[in-house]
Design a binder for this molecule. Sequence first.
Ligand SMILES: NC(=O)c1ccc[n+]([C@@H]2O[C@H](COP(=O)([O-])OP(=O)(O)OC[C@H]3O[C@@H](n4cnc5c(N)ncnc54)[C@H](OP(=O)(O)O)[C@@H]3O)[C@@H](O)[C@H]2O)c1
Length: 257
Amino acid sequence: MDTIEGRVALVTGGGRGIGRAIALALAREGMHVAIAARTVPEIEAVAAEVAALGRRTLFFPLDVSDRAALSRAPSVVAATLGPVDVLVNNAGMHTSGPVHRMDDASWDAVLAVNLTAPMLLCRACLPAMYERGFGRIVNVASVAGKIGIKYGAAYSASKHGLLGLTRSLALEAARKGVTVNAVCPSWTETQMLDEAVAAIAAATGRTEAEAREAILRANPLGRAALPEEVATAAVFLVKDAAVTGQAIHVDGGEVMG
Ligand SMILES: NC(=O)c1ccc[n+]([C@@H]2O[C@H](COP(=O)([O-])OP(=O)(O)OC[C@H]3O[C@@H](n4cnc5c(N)ncnc54)[C@H](OP(=O)(O)O)[C@@H]3O)[C@@H](O)[C@H]2O)c1
């Protein structure tokens, strides 16, 4: 295991949910953490939590579908904290609906945020990682990257693509000190789950409790993961230099293999 104390991380979508949990877990490991997303009060609050752990931190507004802003992000971090050693591509969005009614805009938005943005941010961070011979990239994918999701084609396609990016880049980067991995949560207790429950309830006429029960019925543990449980897997991937190209499920055994 390499020491990661004192390293600099950038976590996209770090203002809440899984991204917040990863940012705080990395800070507890001694890392300095930059947090970027669109909702400024949320990223400001998480930066305050990182600072309270005694680490240096930075928050800056970022819409990951803005290509120009993404390409500037590594230098924004470097100017305050130093070069990005650890990139966590966590920002993500979810839409649902059948393909025959999908509009172009929602397909494009999901692919832009969940797949194109991680590639662009990897591309922007990699030269400095290669130069220094150290880097860790953790992509927050999903079990939806391993299986099809009824009424979730754009999301599932984007996460399948993200795993393809992860594995291909892992091969490119392997001899350059850079590992590239993914975590694949199933349903996790965040705003995204709450929104999915509300959407299912609205579409089916079920109560939110019934919709939630239906979503989690197939899970062997019978519950959603906690953001902190996803963060534990992300920290492992950051620490271990011998693990690359992997997609680790944090899903209570919902999808195996
Ligand atoms: N919750 C689940 O059940 C679950 C399961 C599997 C995988 N995941 C994945 O986990 C990741 C985190 O999701 P979460 O569950 O923590 O959901 P969440 O609570 O809704 O958080 C999503 C984060 O992504 C950010 N984000 C969304 N669009 C963005 C954009 N255009 N630019 C910048 N940031 C953006 C949000 O910040 P702003 O809105 O402030 O920009 C927020 O910080 C996502 O990639 C998601 O696909 C979640």
